[in-house]
Write a protein that binds this ligand. Structure first.
Ligand SMILES: Cc1cc2nc3c(=O)[nH]c(=O)nc-3n(C[C@H](O)[C@H](O)[C@H](O)COP(=O)(O)OP(=O)(O)OC[C@H]3O[C@@H](n4cnc5c(N)ncnc54)[C@H](O)[C@@H]3O)c2cc1C
Length: 355
């Protein structure tokens, strides 16, 4: 889809923008910046619009402005029978519902129409912290993030201890405010979680934060081995289980993203992405699938739901984690209607039989 990468303003007063699925998020952010606008996206500018905007879109503006799909107003897409349709609240509303969370199962979106937000300067912080007491660190970060005003969205990466060094954490935080006093006010509770090794805080633009990817073709090899899930709260039990996972040796990258806020304002049945009450999205990267699954099992009792974009376990149970029963049944009915032969199956596949 990479050639379908146009970004055009359709209606300036209404902040309506049409974006091709092959555009990348760093280009979207750069194109919107001159208007004083931004669109809630993921954290990495190199990711494409198509996959993220049909699945959810969890990013640094999430608590203030919701998921990427929450800004969708219409799509144009090619269905399994080759027909080209438009879907919005007014046309093919059921398809529009399905596209916002399970889009890959229903067709190929050739254009997205988003209503974007006015976003000025933002505070952007990168804090490197001591996470040797990993359980306490996770609990404290979760409590600070849940108690914070919506303009703070932070992501946490905890690295396992290496070569005799203690475990460390990187907190990446965006404050959707350009006023230094507000930025410092929001960051202070994060800074108090644990001793800090290093920090950088700047006032910048969303576009500058998103300009974090190379323009070269990537040369990544193979598929990662990940497990993922959503959680309502970082309870002491969750934190202890996560700390055991991080220190197990099975994981080389562990991340928790804060969600909640504006994401939870949208009713659970309004889009196919239904786990609106989750405050956190968790992902772990490992090397060995069996070992990863074994260790991840400790965390599962504390998870409720799944965001499929970070998951690589293809077992059918994952569909049931991602979509509550009512949502999955409705998706199955729509699949039977829009793609009865299951043409679009090279993904987390919703079969017509789910109905
Ligand atoms: C480094 C990195 C960071 C990430 N960070 C975030 C993040 O912060 N937040 C977040 O929410 N996600 C994040 N993701 C996950 C990302 O949302 C998914 O990987 C997404 O599928 C990427 O979309 P793409 O179009 O770039 O990928 P592609 O590989 O082109 O597409 C992936 C899949 O998406 C579907 N798809 C793609 N285009 C279309 C289309 N036009 N119509 C219908 N279906 C389509 C297809 O099933 C396709 O196989 C990240 C991924 C990476 C690699």
């Amino acid at each position: 889809m990479s050639k379908l990468d146009a970004i055009e303003v359709l209606d300036r007063p209404g902040r309506l923008v049409r974006i091709g699925p092959g555009a990348r998020w760093m280009d979207v952010a750069a194109a919107l910046r001159p208007y004083g606008w931004a669109l809630s996206s993921g954290d990495y500018g190199g990711v494409g619009v198509g996959g993220l905007a049909t699945a959810g879109g969890i990013g640094f503006l999430g608590r203030d402005h919701g998921l990427t799909i929450d800004h969708l107003r219409a799509v144009e897409m090619v269905l399994a029978d080759g027909s080209v349709v438009r879907a919005s609240e007014a046309e093919n509303a059921d398809l529009f519902w399905a596209v916002r969370g399970a889009g890959a199962n229903f067709g190929i979106v050739t254009a997205f129409e988003f209503q974007v937000d006015e976003v000025g300067d933002v505070g952007w912080a990168q804090l490197v912290m001591d996470a040797r007491d990993t359980t306490t660190f996770l609990e404290r970060w979760g409590a600070v993030q849940e108690a914070a005003p919506r303009d703070l969205t932070s992501f946490l990466i905890v690295s396992p201890p290496r070569s005799g060094q203690p475990a460390t954490a990187i907190v990446l935080a965006m404050v959707n405010a350009g006023v230094p006093e507000t930025v410092i006010d929001r960051l202070q509770p994060l800074a108090g979680i644990a001793p800090m090794y290093d920090q950088q805080v700047v006032i910048t633009s969303y576009a500058d934060v998103m300009a974090n990817a190379s323009r070269e073709d990537h040369n990544g090899q193979g598929d990662p081995t990940t497990r993922s899930g959503l959680a309502e709260h970082i309870t002491p039990e969750f934190a202890a289980a996560a700390a055991r996972l991080i220190h197990s040796g099975a994981v080389y990258f562990f991340q928790i993203r804060s969600v909640g806020g504006a994401v939870a304002d949208v009713p659970a049945d309004a889009t196919a992405y239904a786990h609106r009450s989750a405050n956190f999205s968790v992902v772990a990267f490992g090397v060995n699938r069996q070992r990863m699954d074994r260790e991840w099992a400790r965390l599962e009792p504390y998870l409720d739901g799944l965001y499929l974009s970070f998951e690589t376990d293809q077992r059918p149970e994952r569909l049931r984690d991602a979509f509550p029963p009512h949502t999955l049944r409705r998706l199955g009915e729509l699949k039977a209607r829009y793609d009865p032969d299951n043409v679009f199956r090279d993904n987390f596949n919703i079969r017509p039989e789910e109905a």
